[in-house]
Design a protein around this ligand. Sequence first.
Ligand code: URA
Length: 220
Amino acid sequence: MNNVLKDDSFYKDVMGIEYLLKSNCSISEKPVVKSDRELLMDEVIKNISVCTKCVLSKGRTNVVPGEGNLYAELMFVGEGPGADEDEQGRPFVGKAGQLLTKMIEAMGYKREEVYIANIVKCRPPNNRAPFDEEAFTCINYLKEQIKIVNPKVIVCLGSTATKYLLSTDKKISLIRGEFQEYEGIKVMPTFHPSYLLRNQSMKKPAWEDLKKVMNILGKK
Ligand code: URA
């Protein structure tokens, strides 16, 4: 028996060793086995990628569905893609994204260990906030993503994420720092990284919010 296969206990578990022996395939030829979560998320992303339910789809270069660990205990929700995200099809890759990555790492996670998504998946023109009808339509994709990842905590970045996920009109400055709840999941609203780039003095209170999240997740 091929030694590589003999040691590959994950594959033995998933496919059954009989299958590998019969198929006589090498490790590089192994069929890809996707988990239920991966299959479900693939389906959501496929639907997002062809979505034309609102006008934002007309202006996009790429959809920005979200990315990260499908088994994440921590999820971040932003507002919507900016120019860099629209260009690359990935969330939070511009200046605000660099700060978000630093915040994630300061919390003791690698960026790829968390899941990151937005309220809307297509870039609003001139980076305006999404209109109600755009957010109400698109948030259904986010809700499906949350159901699949099922994180322990969601951090809502800024007022748009907080408004639409929690169905509240409370100002972010009033609601931030206190745990809220969405479908049994703890939600921490805090300032958006773009706001923090413009208001450096708010980094300290934002860090206090993130420390509360770390506490719940047993980090530090
Ligand atoms: N701002 C957001 O809210 N989301 C992104 O993906 C990038 C910037």
